[in-house]
Design a protein. Structure first.
Ligand code: C2O
Ligand code: CU
Ligand code: CU
Length: 477
């Protein structure tokens, strides 16, 4: 195995416990320029800008100068118009042969058309170009946190690593959770070198690049105030390239009320929640009645590569302070959320994820033996308004978060990996667009292919693996 990952029997844990930082802040909201109700219109510009990262100023690749990007807020039924501008400078070609400035926009998690000027990841823009994206959210199920980022094959890992990622929130349709103070947490790691994001090495492409600085909304160990007994709602997205977070708030339970694709029927109480790149989770936290500081940590989790296998990291501190506020947890969240049965006529497909050594000491990554390129891709052809069962096999020694665009799925079964993760996602009415396929394990998904035709993709959300070819095309007829 490559890199510093600890495979088995890790004995020593490295504790990363930075001093308490500034007050927690949500990412800024992108202003809505539209006066028309039902239309959200925003300007989004990819550009290099100086950002203060834990006291050091670095030139990051940002959206509108912010790191993470500003949050786009919409609701079901809206038309979202994004006036996109690529102001990244032309700085040559990377090791994957891609001009570094080439970019585009993907709305990870939105159930919208993958064609035309909607969530079309096959269009690319060089430096200086503008493009008007338009997304019709009339068929998107509400109540979830999504994730926008670039999606040019061969450039995704470097651009997201350098800062291009932001949250995209779709409001709840019901009111079960509207009474709780709500925050967005964008989890992202980075390593700086010479006032810029550290460059990728070929080992980083094999392992997935992890940073040495772990940030919540761009801040190291921010302090979030809660009143004793208060219930807060946290919508969390893992916007990191490769780092997994096994979240724990010590003696406080995390009550999961929503997943990638929407709300659950009721809260599910967990002591830890594992979140791989691209996944989102919506949790309620009820503060202790005892005042004091409580650490939100990422506990060691061995994904088969990377330093995170033996790190215990303080991500954020909750300061329980002030007069008490005894809030109750809801009994129900979205009673309409149900687990689907597998229809007898569902088409079954097998998808195998592999890693190997390529030419000249570099790595290779493939789906069903094919590394995605402009000329070759493993392609699934599906009919609209059908159900499919995808059996995804991981033939490698590391976990791969498998992500499909446009249509969220339900998880039928998981073999291997974290047992709490498996039981949460295989027994609740969770909608998922990103699921960990454990090392040497497998996952079975029920994929309803709904509403939209067009060509889109599925891939590993360790973004280096996607760039190396662990991606396939999905043609929906
Ligand atoms: Cu978040 Cu195809 O990606
Ligand atoms: Cu996506
Ligand atoms: Cu992978």
């Amino acid at each position: 195995m490559m890199g510093g990952g600890c495979m088995m029997g890790c004995t020593s844990t490295t504790v990363i416990d930075p001093p308490r930082g500034a007050a927690f802040a949500d990412p800024p909201t992108l202003p809505n320029l539209s006066m028309t109700s039902g239309v959200v219109e925003v300007n989004l510009e990819a550009k290099i800008a100086p950002v203060n990262v834990n006291g050091t100023t670095a030139n990051l690749q940002t959206y509108n100068g912010f790191f993470p990007g500003p949050t786009i807020k919409v609701k079901k039924g809206d038309i979202l118009k994004v006036h996109f501008k690529n102001s990244l400078p032309y700085t040559g070609v990377n090791d994957m042969g891609m001009p570094r400035d080439m970019t585009n926009l993907h709305t990870h998690g939105l159930h919208v058309s993958p064609a035309g000027n909607a969530d079309n990841v096959l269009v690319h823009f060089p430096s200086g170009e503008t493009f008007d994206y338009e997304y019709d959210l009339s068929l998107h199920r509400g109540g979830n946190l999504n994730f926008y980022h670039p999606h040019v094959h061969g450039n995704v890992a470097e651009q997201v690593w350098a800062g291009q990622a932001g949250a995209l929130e779709v409001a709840d349709e019901g009111t079960a959770l509207s009474g709780y103070e709500t925050h967005i947490l964008v989890l992202k790691d980075i390593t700086l070198s010479g006032g810029a994001p550290e460059a990728h090495t070929s080992a980083d492409f094999m392992n997935g690049k992890e940073g040495d600085t772990m940030l919540v909304n761009g801040q190291v160990n921010p302090v979030l105030a809660m009143r004793p007994g208060q219930v807060q709602r946290w919508k969390i997205v893992n916007a990191s390239n490769a780092r997994f977070y096994k979240l724990s708030l010590g003696s406080h339970s995390l009550r999961v009320v929503g997943t990638d694709g929407g709300l659950l029927d009721k809260p599910y109480t967990q002591s830890t929640v594992l979140l791989s790149p691209g996944e989102r989770v919506d949790v309620l936290v009820k503060a202790s009645s005892t005042k004091g500081y409580y650490k939100l940590q990422a506990l060691p989790y061995n994904r088969g590569a990377g330093d995170s296998a033996n790190q215990q990291i303080t991500l954020m501190t909750v300061n329980v302070t002030g007069s008490s506020l005894s809030q109750n947890l809801p009994a129900m969240v979205d009673p309409s959320a149900t687990r689907l049965n597998v229809p007898a006529n569902a088409v079954t497909r097998q998808i195998t994820l592999s890693m190997g050594m390529g030419m000249m000491g570099g790595g290779s990554a493939s789906i069903n033996g094919i590394a995605f390129s402009d000329t070759e891709a493993y392609t699934i052809v599906s009919g609209r308004e059908t159900y499919e069962v995808w059996e995804i096999y991981n033939h490698s020694m590391m976990d791969h978060p498998f992500h499909q665009h446009v249509n969220p799925a339900q998880v039928i079964s998981i073999s291997g990996g974290d047992s709490a993760y498996k039981s949460l996602y295989t027994t609740t009415p969770a909608w998922k667009d990103t699921v960990i396929v454990p090392a040497m394990g497998s996952v079975k998904l029920l994929v309803p292919v709904k509403d939209y035709g067009g060509t889109t993709v599925f891939h590993c959300h360790i973004l280096e693996h996607e760039d190396m070819g662990m991606m396939g095309l999905w043609d929906i007829l």
